[in-house]
Design a protein around this ligand. Structure first.
Ligand SMILES: [Zn+2]
Length: 384
């Protein structure tokens, strides 16, 4: 039911939130990256330096830059700049940038001569700062010997969501249940990611039902960089032995009927009794629209590696492609998020594969490699 209303609401919210008449005179911070030992901030319009207030606070030492008449281009605080660099909407018209360091340091801050829409602030160079920092963007200024320490383990938190659970079995075919399959694969993905040094959390590690907000809550709490929901597909009897293969989805509305059908099926259980939450979910989806681009990239990386791994064992695995569909479990997540349909359990041959540990391991390995590739490509630049 909500599915039909959704595009209209999103449209209205977009007008409300981004209407220039409401925020006339406001500038917005669109991007923050760390490059050549500097924090580089990007703005939608030329920055008026008179609207910057710089001050420090002790214990621990903090350099604070307040940008007045400024909004973050997106509702979420940028993730991945490290614990020592924080950017937030401090109040309705001030964006605050905080750089923390154990000792006082004198940052130089300037507006490059020919790009008035950017602002650069130098970051402290001492290794104590670098080691304490949590972000991959450290790459830009970490000394080589420190870099090596960082490389061993990653700091990007990943959340794996095993679909369905408890009274919600998901698809059932040939006496097999989607909820059991996706939990088994999710566990293997966790194992693969841990092996690669990533902190990783599973939304459910047993056969229990989770409400929509419970699935995304852990990702918010742990400040996850990536959210992956794992599912298996199924189709009506008449098409049973025709449809098979791997499909990877990211969030977006679609007119494609098949994608809509899959989303409707996956949304059904997740939406039950979530009226209050669904409202927030819609708002979130508006505010996090820009994550769509990142989610698309993530989906491509994951899909590529899943297919490559699956084909090492079965050359006939069908490539269902990377597609978009309005999955609610992805709407609530304010980070690059992907939903994977690992295969069709309604297809007898594919079902047999899906329930074999060997095939599950290949898929899990593919998913982990895809995430790893995506994060590697993302490390240099962090969008707001
Ligand atoms: Zn499902």
């Amino acid at each position: 039911m909500l599915r039909r209303r959704y595009p209209v609401l999103v449209f209205l919210m977009t007008i409300f939130l981004f209407s220039p008449s409401l925020f006339g005179g406001m500038n917005s911070m669109t991007k923050a990256i760390v490059k050549k030992g500097e924090l580089r901030l990007f703005f939608a319009h030329p920055l008026d330096k008179k609207k910057i207030r710089h001050f420090t606070l002790p214990n621990p030492h903090r350099e604070i830059y307040d940008f007045k008449e400024m909004r973050l281009a997106h509702s979420r605080v940028p993730l991945g700049l490290g614990n020592n660099v924080r950017i937030a909407q401090n109040n309705s018209n001030t964006v605050r940038v905080v750089i923390e360091n154990q000792k006082p340091f004198n940052p130089t801050a300037y507006q490059p001569l020919f790009s008035k829409g950017t602002y650069h602030i130098s970051l402290p160079k001492n290794s104590a700062y670098i080691q304490k920092g949590h972000s991959s963007v450290q790459q830009g200024y970490a000394k080589p010997q420190v870099k090596q320490n960082i490389r061993k383990s990653h700091t990007e938190v990943i959340v794996i969501d095993a679909g369905h659970g408890g009274h919600d079995s998901g698809a059932i075919a040939g006496g097999k249940r989607e909820k059991d399959l996706v939990l088994a694969i999710s566990r293997k993905v966790v194992k693969q990611l841990k092996k690669r040094g990533f902190p990783v959390y599973l939304t459910r590690s047993s056969d229990r039902f989770l409400k929509l907000h419970e699935r995304t809550r852990i990702a918010d709490r742990k400040d996850a960089k990536v959210f992956i929901s794992i599912h298996a597909n199924s189709i009506v009897k008449s098409k049973r032995d025709k449809m098979h293969g791997i499909e990877t989805f990211f969030l977006q509305n679609t007119r494609d009927e098949r994608s809509q059908r899959i989303a409707a099926r996956e949304n059904e259980a997740v939406l039950k009794g979530t009226d209050r939450v669904s409202k927030n979910v819609i708002i979130d989806s508006v505010l996090n629209g820009p994550k769509i681009v990142e989610s698309n990239k993530l989906a491509i990386d994951i899909h590529k590696r899943m297919m490559a791994n699956a084909k090492t064992l079965y050359r006939d695995v069908r490539d269902g492609g990377v597609r978009h569909a309005p999955f609610y479990v992805l709407v609530g997540a304010s980070r690059p998020s992907v939903l994977i349909e690992v295969g069709y359990i309604s297809h007898s041959k594919e079902r047999k594969r899906l329930f074999s540990a060997e095939y599950q391991n290949l898929l899990a390995k593919g998913i982990a490699e895809g995430i790893e590739n995506y994060l590697r490509n993302r490390r240099r630049e962090i969008d707001l």
